[in-house]
Every structure is written in C-alpha cells, then in structure tokens.
Design a protein around this ligand. Structure first.
Ligand code: NAD
Ligand code: GLY
Length: 364
C-alpha cells in the first residue's frame, strides 16, 4: 500500500492506494463520532457496501442508496442524503462515507459541507476517474441544467481510500473514461509520465495492477501538489481543467450522462491540443502524439456531430473560469506544460479560431 499526503495545514489528509484496501485500511481511525452514513448508489452498493459495513460494526451505521448516473447529480437527489441524515437523527458528529465514483463522491462531499454547516466525510472512490481525480482536492457539488458542477463547495475529506481491487468490476468504457484524467496529468505537468503512458497503455487497459497502481499514484501526486499550492483555484489549480471547458459543453449540450465525463474530457483535450498547435505552441509531432495517446485509451477524439460550434460557445460561457464574459482556456506550451490562457483577448479573430477548432475536431 502507498500513502500520499495532501498538505493543507489542519485540513491535510492521506490518500491510500493499493490492493485489498477495504480490508487493510482501518476506517475507524478516520471516524470521529459514533454515527456513520454511507452514501452509495444502486450499482456500487450491491458490490461493496457489505464489505464496508463489516468494518463498521462498532458504529451506528446507516446507508442511503441513490439512483446511479450523472443525470441524478442534482439538488433534488442531493436532498435524499439530507432526508436520510435527518430521519436517522444524525448529529454534527456524524461521518459520511462516499462509496462510489465521482458522482457519489462529489454529492456526498457537498452534503457533508452543508449538513449542519459541516460534518466529516471519507472518500472511497471506486472508479479509476474518481481515484485519480475527483476524490482528491475537495471540489464537491452538483450540476445545474444550465451548467456543470455550478453549485458546490470546496470541502476536504478525512482520507481517500483508492482500492485498486474495486476496479476489477468497472466496465471497460468507464476505465477508458478514467484514463482521460490520467493522460491529462501527463499533458499539463509531466512529459515523463506522458511517455510512460505511451509505453504502458496496453497494460493499463489490461488492468495490470502494478501499472494501475503507478498511474494512480503519479496522478494523485500531481493533483495533490497543485491543490496544496492553490486549494480554492485562485490561479494554478485551473490547469487541472485541460479540455474541461469544451468537455463540460459536450456533457451539458448532449444531456448529462449521454457522454461520460471522461469521454467529453478526452474529446475536449483534443480540442485544446489543436488550439495550442494552431497558436504555434505545440509541434505537429506533439499534437499527433497527444491525439494518438488519447485514442489509444479508447476515448473519442472528436466531438459529437449534433452540436454546432455556436452551441459550444454558448455553453462554454457558463464555465467557472469565465471572467467578465470572456472564456478562458487551459492550453499547452509543449507537452507537460500548461498555461491558463485568455484566447479571447478582445479580438473577434480569436473567437473565430476557437469555433474553427471545434468544427475541425467534430466527427463529420
Ligand atoms: P460515476 O460516478 O458516474 O461512475 C461511473 C459508473 O461506474 C457509474 O455507473 C457507477 O455506478 C459505476 N461504478 C462505480 N464504481 C464501480 C465499480 N467499482 N464497479 C462497477 N461499476 C462501478 O462517474 P465517474 O467517472 O467516477 O465520475 C464522474 C464525475 O466526477 C462527474 O460528475 C465529474 O464532474 C466529477 N468529477 C469531479 C472532480 C472533482 O474534482 N470533484 C474531478 C473530475 C470529475
Ligand atoms: N478536476 C479539477 C480540480 O479538481 O480542480
């Protein structure tokens, strides 16, 4: 088992990465009071809830099982968590446990941030995407019909338990979606890791535990470093959003859940790479290596045919990075080096360029 740390002063916490962790990590060490509420969904609970509950015999443990899917990541379904907490008379010392992928993690974290103005929570991410990204760093929240993740809070967990064994039951499509965020770290921050991914993509797709362990560890290290420097995204943390502004537009535009988050990020990263190339910041070879790696992970490298460039722009204007109506994008200046860019620096040419890139990167 590997242990990493997210260094945030009194809000610091460990990330455990390894096999068989539902048995090896003692949950009780991270629970403060006597009440526990496990939040999971209809897919993950039948697989893993009993294992988690078997560790919690000494606590007053309840569970709430939400419907499964991105389309349920909203305020209505969030309320089911509050209903369960209140019906079970949970007090301010209750600990929430998020058992599931990023949807469950984001919703449980937000419920923990709000319930009685803040209670403890533990992240037990069970998808690759949630193990390498969403469970780390404290971004929590829900979607709004007009914008992805628009309602939320920064709220850190007590610990993160990334049990690689739980990835054995993950569908292939979800594994590929998780690889999008893994590739992101190579692109934004670590050219050596990018090259490692080129060499080991077959092992990752075959779920080789050593390869998965290294990819999760390196991804979490990258994320923990960035989060420690900029917890609430005043600056550098925004680079974690490479491809996300395009991707969020695809998710919202196609209807939440139609494209998986990781798939939308995959196609969105291709758009960011293409724009960086057109600005002269990436070479043709770097562009090709990036697109080839994204495709090799089983991810789409083109956006949906049914969305026009104008629809993208409308949705991209609801992004959290927007300032005074101007879209900001994360772009690349060489592999492993991201910049926060304001391509709309006043000129109508720049918006035309973004639209042109979107059209080029759409399936014909
Ligand atoms: P998800 O939570 O919808 O999980 C994907 C699917 O896999 C679901 O059907 C789920 O029930 C199922 N599943 C989960 N674990 C399983 C397992 N071990 N075996 C079998 N099936 C399993 O999606 P996700 O990709 O984990 O997360 C995407 C969400 O994360 C999005 O809402 C995105 O906005 C959010 N996100 C948040 C952050 C953040 O920093 N908070 C970062 C990235 C993404
Ligand atoms: N996934 C982006 C972030 O955590 O900041």
């Amino acid at each position: 088992m590997k242990t990493l740390h997210v260094d945030l002063g009194e809000r610091s916490y460990p990330i455990f990465i390894g096999q068989d962790l539902f048995r090896l990590v003692r949950l009780a060490d991270y629970i403060k009071g006597s009440q526990v509420m496990v939040v999971s969904n209809t897919t993950v609970a039948p697989l893993y809830l009993a294992q988690i509950r078997s560790q919690l015999a000494d606590f007053n443990t309840q569970s709430v099982i939400l419907p499964d899917g991105e389309k349920y990541k909203n305020l209505d379904v969030l309320n089911q968590i509050f209903d369960a907490l209140l019906q079970n008379r949970c007090d301010r010392h209750v600990t929430l446990i998020a058992l599931g992928g990023g949807v469950i993690g984001d919703m449980t974290g937000f419920a923990a941030a709000c319930y009685q103005r803040g209670v403890s929570f533990i992240q037990i991410p069970t998808t690759l995407l949630s193990q390498v990204d969403s469970s780390v760093g404290g971004k929590t929240g829900v979607n709004h019909p007009l914008g992805k993740n628009m309602i939320g809070a920064f709220y850190q967990p007590q610990c993160v338990i990334a049990n690689i064994t739980s990835l054995n039951t993950l569908p292939d499509r979800e594994l590929s979606a998780g690889l999008a965020e893994v590739i992101k770290y190579g692109l934004i921050q670590d050219a050596g890791f990018f090259a490692w991914l080129e060499a080991h993509m077959t092992d990752l797709l075959a779920r080789n535990p050593q390869a998965l362990s290294y990819a999760i560890e390196r991804s979490c290290q990258c994320k923990a470093e960035i989060v420690a420097r900029d917890e609430t995204e005043q600056g550098i943390r925004a680079i974690l959003n490479l491809g996300h502004t395009f991707g969020h537009a695809i998710e919202a535009g196609m209807g939440y859940g139609t494209w998986l988050h990781g798939e939308a990020v995959g196609a969105g990263m291709v758009m960011a790479v293409e724009l960086s190339y057109r600005l002269g910041w990436l070479s043709q070879q770097e562009r090709e290596r990036s697109v080839t790696l994204i495709a090799s992970a089983g991810l789409p490298i083109q956006g949906p045919t049914t969305m026009s460039a104008d629809e993208y722009i409308k949705l991209m204007a609801v992004d959290k990075k927007v300032e005074a109506g101007r879209i900001k994008l994360i772009l690349l200046k060489g592999l492993g080096h991201a910049v926060i860019n304001d391509p709309e620096n006043g000129s109508s040419d720049s918006r035309r360029l973004i639209k042109d890139v979107i059209s080029t990167c759409q399936a014909q």
